[in-house]
Design a protein around this ligand. Structure first.
Ligand SMILES: C[S@@+](CC[C@H](N)C(=O)[O-])C[C@H]1O[C@@H](n2cnc3c(N)ncnc32)[C@H](O)[C@@H]1O
Length: 198
């Protein structure tokens, strides 16, 4: 199992921000890859009219709580909660996916295999290392399959920080960001593999 992440859920205001960024609508199927208590799925259906949503949650207690909430709200015909590791599941139906966890080594390659072309993938705090986001509404980055890989390290850094900067300045900013707890070792390794040794 990769990083499970904390029991920290987003407010409706942030959820709306990320669904607006993805331009969610009634033609979409939304997957929350690590759904906690399922609130992203609830807002996607009730406020954005998304056709169907699936929330994956590998923590049994959280998945149970999400299922109960969805039933209580009478939304179980449009929201499915799966107590599964999404990496082990078929997610190819998604037209929008949300991934709020920190990036691990294999994630880009795995998403390229698992998600369909055209799928919009929203991440939190950072885009995948070396992938150019299509749109940004910080703290959310929207990337689309097939991923656009950056032409240069400086271009990627400037899409992350919204200014030109060096790698050292990038690390300093991320280190000093109290909101964002990142896996610095993995991040630096990915930067080295994808941006420095290009
Ligand atoms: C920080 S919470 C975010 C919940 C919700 N998406 C939100 O933004 O409010 C992340 C959740 O992802 C779950 N998770 C982590 N890795 C997972 C995996 N591989 N498959 C399913 N759930 C996972 C964790 O158990 C945790 O509840």
């Amino acid at each position: 199992m990769r990083n499970l992440g904390p029991e920290r859920f987003q407010s409706n205001r942030f959820i709306r921000k990320l669904l607006h960024l993805a331009d969610a609508s009634s033609t979409d199927i939304f997957y929350d890859l690590g759904c906690g208590i399922g609130q992203l799925c609830v807002v996607a259906v009730t406020e954005f009219g998304v056709r169907k949503t699936v929330g994956f949650e590998s923590h049994r207690g959280r998945a149970k709580k999400a299922e109960k909430r969805v039933k209580k709200l009478g939304l179980d015909d449009r929201i499915q909660i799966k107590n599964e590791d999404f990496w082990q599941s078929d997610i190819s139906e998604a037209t929008i996916a949300y991934f709020g966890l920190t990036e691990s080594e294999e994630d880009v390659a795995d998403f390229e295999k698992k998600l369909i072309p055209g799928c919009r993938l929203v991440t939190l705090f950072l885009p995948f290392v070396g992938v150019v986001p299509k749109e940004v509404d910080y703290p959310f980055y929207l990337m689309q399959l097939p991923f656009t890989k950056t032409k240069s390290a400086s271009l990627w850094i400037s899409t992350v920080l919204f200014k030109k900067a060096t790698f050292e300045e990038l690390y300093q900013e991320l280190d000093s960001d109290k909101e964002y707890g990142y896996d610095k070792v993995t991040f630096k390794r990915l930067v080295k593999e994808r941006l420095i040794n290009e």
